[in-house]
Design a protein around this ligand. Structure first.
Ligand code: NAP
Length: 305
């Protein structure tokens, strides 16, 4: 068995604590050796306020996993690659497309993994297998959640480069790009709260072949939340619910593995490191960029966290 990958976790916030720390702790392929965060710390490992301090410490590190907000992540990832470390990125992989491409170009022999956690949801692989060879005729995506619940006090998310409602919406797009070979934004309408730089809601028409998929992304849901993808095909109807955790075909629930998303992401990262490979798929971020590029913009009520 190979020695564990000595990992530093960077950006100790909600997702680092909720998902990354438990997944790393349960995976023998990794040994958490450091945490890097300006304010937060992790017990039992070396803590550093920024990546420069980690590099300067000379601590033996093989890889970093970056969970900071997208703006500023490029600088951290580039420094880690330059230090000779493998890099795993939370979604979205960056604030712009070009900065992620620059990371790819500069990765050299290190593994760069742009993770899309929703692709590891239990229903996605069976959905993909079922869809192969079928023709999508129409579809509807409803991704409505409560911003205050999932991002308490995270003003960055409605700031420039925070992606707004596309922060969760990109999870749906990461699943769709896994399921469908061609997908493009046909038109979009984006709603920006007064005084904010990223949208709180978006209606997006996506085209796949001749079919149109209607997407409703909304961060203002205070009732029942929905993360649902419905695809009507020439040979039946596929529904993914709970962000891909449940899959039904023509109303019949499909048997699924109990696989959890973040443990699967870390297994994949360990496999990439072992194989000397990278995995960077920018299609979900391209779709978001295109929605910003051609979307109609309108102002909506101010939002306070
Ligand atoms: P978060 O709670 O705000 O945590 C991010 C942490 O990064 C902060 O606590 C902060 O810790 C550090 N940080 C470094 N530079 C920062 C800056 N300029 N502004 C704010 N914080 C900065 O955010 P999160 O919810 O964990 O989300 C982080 C990433 O994970 C995002 O890309 C998001 O899309 C993704 N994600 C989130 C969820 C979720 O449910 N929340 C789910 C899946 C994926 P220090 O102050 O200690 O530096």
């Amino acid at each position: 068995m190979n020695a564990p990958i000595r990992l530093a976790l960077i950006g100790i916030g909600k997702i680092a604590r909720d998902q990354h720390l438990p997944a790393i702790g349960a995976d023998p392929a990794f040994e958490l050796v450091a945490a890097v965060s300006r304010n937060a710390s992790v017990e039992g490992v070396a803590n550093f306020p920024d990546i420069a301090a980690l590099i300067a410490s000379g601590l033996a590190v093989d890889a970093v996993s970056i969970c900071t907000p997208p703006v500023g992540r490029h600088r951290i990832a580039a420094a880690a690659l330059a230090a000779g470390w493998h890099v795993m990125l939370e979604k979205p992989p960056g604030a712009t497309l070009a900065e992620v491409r620059a990371l790819q170009a500069g990765a050299g022999g290190r593994s760069l993994f742009a993770s899309w956690h929703s692709r590891a949801a239990a229903g996605v692989a069976p959905a993909r297998a079922w869809l192969a060879g079928r023709q999508v005729r129409s579809g509807r995506i409803v991704w409505r959640e409560d911003l205050r619940k999932w991002h308490p006090g995270q003003a960055w998310i409605l700031g420039p480069g925070g992606l707004g409602v596309f922060d969760p919406g990109i999870n749906a797009l990461s699943i769709l790009t896994e399921l469908l070979t061609s997908l493009r934004v046909d038109r979009a309408r984006l709603s920006f709260p007064v005084g904010r730089d990223s949208p709180i809601a978006a209606e997006v028409m996506l085209a796949t072949g001749e079919a149109m998929l209607e997407a409703d992304f909304d961060f203002r849901e205070t009732g029942a939340e929905t993360w649902r993808i419905e695809l009507d095909t020439d040979a039946g109807r596929l529904v993914l619910e709970d962000g891909g955790a449940r899959c039904s075909i023509d109303g019949e629930a499909q048997p699924l593995s109990a696989a959890a998303e973040y443990p699967a992401l870390y297994r994949h990262f360990a496999g990439l490191v072992a194989a000397g490979a990278s995995d960077v798929d920018l299609r979900p971020l391209e779709l978001v960029a295109d929605a910003f590029m051609i979307g109609e913009r309108r102002e909506t009520a101010a939002f306070d966290f």
